[in-house]
Design a protein around this ligand. Structure first.
Ligand code: GCB
Length: 627
């Protein structure tokens, strides 16, 4: 488990500790360890954590083919007494004499593409859940006054990372980035970077054992080396203060030996140049006024923002907008809006498997635009950074969430810590993206005290990291009589915006059932109908009451849209969902074939009849809200 924003430091310490326990020379090692811990604790002014905006830095891509070993029994990790082995595959050993016994060889093993899930790269790995070892060799020209980090966009689910036989850290959570420093381990030639990736589902993990999406394993996002100066701008938060249209509030954090520096934040196009001095921890709060063109879907204005420290400079493109609620309204830049949304899974159009590229993001987001959206719900976990960056450029508002889904172990402190860490990493990566307006804490979680206390802690944590965005969660609702749906989940009290998933007309009755339904809420808050939908494979036809047909799905949408129009506090809709996706819970042969077919578009890009029902509704909404 990593600590919020501090994965490198804590892991290095604990891993060093673990290594010592396995060593034969216990006493000597103990003193070495004690010394290292003391030195480390002494010099660690603040946790290094995630490096922000790696695209704005000098990087070397490690994408491409990686050598891999499938290890279902974890023979490369545990010895035959189930103890961590000192000579695991991470040693990347080679026989030195003709008599040496070594039972693995990365270099003659098969390769896999990174980024990419393993399931869709080899037919026999489609259902594989377990460990695969990845190895990449690289040369590196070491430079004076330069630090080096290895950065992973994501690894699903548990990653143990080694460089040149030494463990550099562990990361848990399949959808958020992490980095480890390798400055002192890297060498000029033939570095061996090895990652053990394990996607075994666990009851105490986040997500837990059951989900309605494929458990794609592997190094699913980009891997790169990031170079920084010895003291560098590690992270920054540059956004409008909540409710303000011209006051920027935030902070800058440096990392390295020279922590106290003069830092200038510049927005040349807005004529802004403001200087601050970081404290002994490398931290400075920033606050200044700026006359800005605000970011909105109609004008997704991004400014070049430069953070100039004495020893480093980082450049980013940042938009500025305000987002708040008033009664049941959602206000963007002070004006009421309706969120015309669509849910999206991180599933690749056409080729299938995990989406990971800018092209994938653009295909999905442009389909969403064609539907008429100004909003997307990126379900059910943080998507890759391209999605959020492209949404920023295209003017699409984003709901981003963590995989606290269905049946989490609410009473387990380690599960809470894990969820909190994934939340930290999501916010940490995307906090400067104007497109992101909602952080969502959970999806369809059951009402109960332990769950409420768990989610309240996540909400407090999200607000402490970012007070400027709206907090939501996709909740359930219930019947108070056969014509009334009630939203009164106690969680609603702590949210800014209510999210609600409903499937009346699919899991609950036939589409006509929606005609008689009224909706009530205990809260004077805006509602986003965060899911509703019905399944139909593209091209499967029949009459409007025959399941699995495009006509049924169309009928479902027609009735649902009429119902939605009657909900006075509704301020957003996110049908489930843009594109069909793979799911282990959907075996029906000839119809699902292990896909959830609730997409308005098939995984081949074909638009189903229901697409046009939503498109028409969004056209009407746009006209009425923008007149
Ligand atoms: C839900 C879940 C979503 C499922 C969907 C369905 O409520 O939030 O993950 O895929 O229903 O299709 O049943």
């Amino acid at each position: 488990m990593t600590d919020p924003g501090g994965n490198f430091a804590s892991q290095t310490r604990s891993e060093r500790k673990a290594k010592i326990i396995w060593s034969r020379h216990k006493m000597r090692s103990f003193f070495v360890c004690f010394f290292l811990l003391a030195v480390f604790a002494g010099t660690r002014a603040q946790p290094p954590g995630l490096i922000a905006n790696t695209d704005g830095r000098r990087t070397i891509s490690l994408d491409g083919q990686w050598q891999t070993i499938i290890d279902p029994y974890e023979a490369g990790y545990y010895d035959y007494r189930y103890q961590p082995s000192a000579n695991g595959y991470f040693k990347d050993a080679k026989p030195r004499t003709k008599s040496d016994l070594i039972e693995y060889d990365f270099d003659t093993s098969e390769s896999l593409s990174v980024p990419g899930d393993w399931n869709t790269q080899r037919e026999r790995l489609l259902f594989y859940e377990g460990t695969i070892w990845y190895k990449k060799s690289f040369d590196y020209q070491r430079k004076e006054n330069t630090r080096l980090f290895v950065y992973f966009g994501a690894a699903n689910y548990l990653a143990d990372v080694y460089l040149n036989g030494e463990k550099i850290g562990r990361h848990e959570g399949g959808f958020t980035p992490f980095n480890f420093e390798v400055t002192n381990l890297v060498r000029d030639k033939s570095n061996s970077l090895i990652v053990k990736v394990d996607n075994q589902r666990r009851r105490d993990a986040v997500p837990t054992l059951i989900t309605d999406w494929w458990n794609y394993g592997g190094l699913t996002r980009q891997v790169k080396l990031v170079e920084t100066p010895a003291s560098f701008v590690q992270d920054y938060f540059v956004q409008l203060r909540k409710g303000s249209h011209n006051q920027i509030n935030g902070w800058v954090r440096l990392n390295g030996q020279k922590l106290s520096q003069r830092v200038t934040v510049r927005i040349p196009e807005a004529g802004v140049s403001k200087s601050f001095t970081t404290d002994a921890n490398g931290y400075a709060e920033i606050s200044f006024n700026a006359n800005l063109t605000l970011w909105s879907p109609n004008n997704p204005k991004l400014y070049d923002v430069l953070i100039d420290a004495e020893t480093d400079r980082v450049q980013d493109q940042i938009g500025f907008r305000s987002i708040e609620t008033r009664g049941t309204d959602i206000l963007l830049n002070g004006r009421p809006i309706f969120l015309r949304g669509i849910c999206i899974h991180e599933e690749a159009p056409f080729r299938g498997g995990r989406a990971y590229s800018r092209e994938d993001a653009l295909t999905l987001l442009n389909w969403a635009k064609e539907l008429g959206v100004n909003f997307v719900r990126l379900a059910h976990y943080p998507h890759n950074e391209f999605m959020v960056r492209e949404a920023d450029r295209l003017g699409i508002m984003v709901w981003s969430e963590i995989p606290v889904y269905w049946t989490i172990l609410w009473e387990n402190p380690a599960t809470l810590e894990n969820a909190r860490n994934q939340l930290s990493e999501m916010i940490s990566r995307d906090k400067n993206r104007a497109a992101v307006i909602v952080w969502s804490m959970a999806n369809e979680t059951p009402v109960g005290d332990a769950r409420l206390s768990f989610l309240k802690k996540l909400i407090d944590h999200a607000r402490s990291m970012d007070a400027s965005r709206l907090i939501s969660a996709a909740m359930e609702r219930h019947y108070v009589d056969d014509k009334t749906q009630m939203i009164d989940d106690p969680l609603g009290e702590y949210l800014d915006v209510l999210g609600c998933n409903e499937y009346v007309g699919w899991y609950d009755g036939l589409p006509e059932k929606t005609d008689r339904l009224e909706w009530k809420s205990k809260y004077q808050k805006p509602l986003i109908m965060s899911e509703f939908g019905a399944e139909a494979p593209y091209g499967h036809h029949g009459d409007p009451l025959t399941r699995w047909t495009e006509e049924y799905q169309e009928n479902f949408y027609q009735h649902t849209v009429s119902m939605l129009k009657r909900i006075s506090f509704l301020r957003g809709t996110c049908p489930w969902l843009l594109m069909d996706f793979r799911s282990p819970r959907r075996p029906l042969p000839g119809i699902q074939d292990f896909h959830n077919r609730k997409g308005l578009i098939s995984d081949r890009g074909e638009k189903k009849k229901a697409f046009y029902v939503m498109q028409k509704y969004y056209q009407e909404l746009r006209e009425s809200f923008e007149k």
